[in-house]
Design a protein around this ligand. Structure first.
Ligand SMILES: Cc1cc2nc3c(=O)[nH]c(=O)nc-3n(C[C@H](O)[C@H](O)[C@H](O)COP(=O)(O)OP(=O)(O)OC[C@H]3O[C@@H](n4cnc5c(N)ncnc54)[C@H](O)[C@@H]3O)c2cc1C
Length: 393
């Protein structure tokens, strides 16, 4: 290896969304940039995101859509790289996109369009990408020495863009958290986020046969309430509203699920007070029949309406509007879309993502304790934090 190959202005570890965007920005400034990744391809998570069509940003990006110990931290980066900036890039490469609900922007064809544009921009600004490269050690003296299985490299700026722990099959590792700790930086304990819940034994017995049923619901966890579908799986609950709730769920806490968020079901019962219709048949007008059967078989009484007391009707209505579901756990990192927690934002400059105690060391993307809701917010954080570091690294 020549000296030029061994020495770079910027080394970025992680060729995912945040790392590649940061590399492009550094390259634009004329910096010599090398991106290292132990995977065999760039952008593995981008490839599978949004079901292969990559929900690459959201028109409604604001700090309110993010979870972090410091809810203000993400504001500066989000203000400087907006959904419009993402679209400028996407439109420059003529990538067809469309808007789904709530401002979510998806590729029409494939997520690989986004990877291709990132790679093209990297090539345009002279960014070198080295894949299947394992980093074994980092030593900080005047510069950073990065030991890899392909030799040791020197760099002035080192950017950690290694993502979180979710989907270990795609190259996820705890590397970024370990580097943070190596440099004496605090790490907010990581945990799986945007992940399905698993039923406790009692609910598993009642609901395991409902796999595939999806209901419009509102799932509350702590002070947050998430509207959207829930989906019964063979072992628990998934679907957008349940996944979102996992972001604020702590082990041992119940979820409160409103199964009829748009309907005052007690008023409906009262309006048919003298009817002889049995509860399971009445509920079948609001839910799939299989669900109404299971609910009435196990969770509530099912009698003709005119034989059910007002008190019983109130209990049934309360149960439907506030089903207390105590999950056993979540499915964990194997199926979590993101990792919550990560590098404590106290340790970083919100403008540049540089570690306050270690000049020249940067953390961007999912490895940082900033986690977005479902809907393109996580990729947007990856772009915005990568852009912020890319202006100075
Ligand atoms: C199934 C799924 C669907 C998703 N869908 C969406 C979506 O539609 N919209 C959205 O906004 N978000 C989505 N996300 C989340 C989003 O993909 C991530 O938040 C985002 O890609 C994180 O970007 P990143 O650059 O921080 O990390 P990553 O994209 O995870 O990149 C990290 C890179 O670092 C590399 N790496 C890790 N450890 C090492 C190491 N020790 N040495 C060298 N390299 C290393 C990895 O191989 C990887 O290439 C989805 C996630 C999943 C799993």
């Amino acid at each position: 290896m020549t000296d030029a190959a061994r020495s770079k202005n910027v080394i970025i570890i992680g060729a995912g969304a945040s790392g590649l965007l940061c590399a492009i920005e550094c390259g634009k400034r004329g910096r010599s940039v090398l991106v290292l990744d132990h995977a065999r391809r760039t952008g593995s998570k981008i490839r599978i995101s949004g079901g292969g069509r990559c929900n690459f940003t959201n028109r409604n990006v604001t700090a309110g859509h993010y979870f972090s110990r410091n809810s203000h931290f993400c504001k500066s980066a989000l203000a400087r790289f907006t959904p419009r900036d993402v679209l400028d890039l996407v439109e420059k490469y003529h990538v067809a996109y469309h808007e789904k609900e709530a401002g979510q922007l998806f590729c029409v064809k494939s997520s690989t369009d986004i990877i291709a544009l990132l790679e093209a921009e990297c090539a345009r600004f002279g960014v070198e990408i080295r894949l299947k490269c394992r980093v074994t050690d980092i030593v900080h003296g005047r510069d950073f020495m990065v030991a890899t299985d392909q030799g040791t490299l020197r760099t002035e700026s080192l950017v950690i863009a290694t993502g979180g722990l979710s989907y270990p099959d795609l190259g996820a590792s705890g590397f970024g958290h370990a580097i943070g700790k190596q440099f004496g930086l605090k790490v907010v304990p990581p945990r799986p986020g945007l992940v399905p819940f698993l039923f406790a034994a009692r609910d598993q017995k009642v609901f395991h046969e409902l796999a595939g049923i999806s209901l419009d619901a509102a799932v509350s966890c702590g002070a947050r309430r998430f509207r959207g579908n829930i989906l019964f799986t063979h072992h628990g609950l998934s679907g957008p509203a349940a996944l979102q709730a996992s972001l604020s769920w702590n082990t041992g806490e119940p979820l409160t699920i409103d199964l009829l968020p748009e309907t005052d079901i007690l008023a409906e019962f009262m309006s048919r007070r003298r009817s002889k219709i049995e509860m399971r048949n009445l509920l079948a007008a609001y839910f799939p029949k299989r669900f109404a059967e299971a609910w009435c078989g196990q969770m509530t009484i099912s009698k003709p309406l005119d034989q059910t007391s007002d008190k019983e009707l109130k209990t049934i209505a309360d149960g439907l509007h506030a089903w207390k579901m105590l999950p056993k756990s979540t499915e964990g990192y194997a199926t979590a879309e993101v990792t919550s927690g990560g590098l404590d934002t106290d340790e970083l400059s919100s403008k540049t993502m540089e570690a306050k105690k270690v000049p020249g060391l940067y953390f961007i993307g999912e490895v940082v304790d900033v986690t977005g809701e479902l809907g393109g917010y996580n990729l947007h954080w990856a772009w915005a934090s990568g852009f912020a570091a890319g202006q100075v690294a």
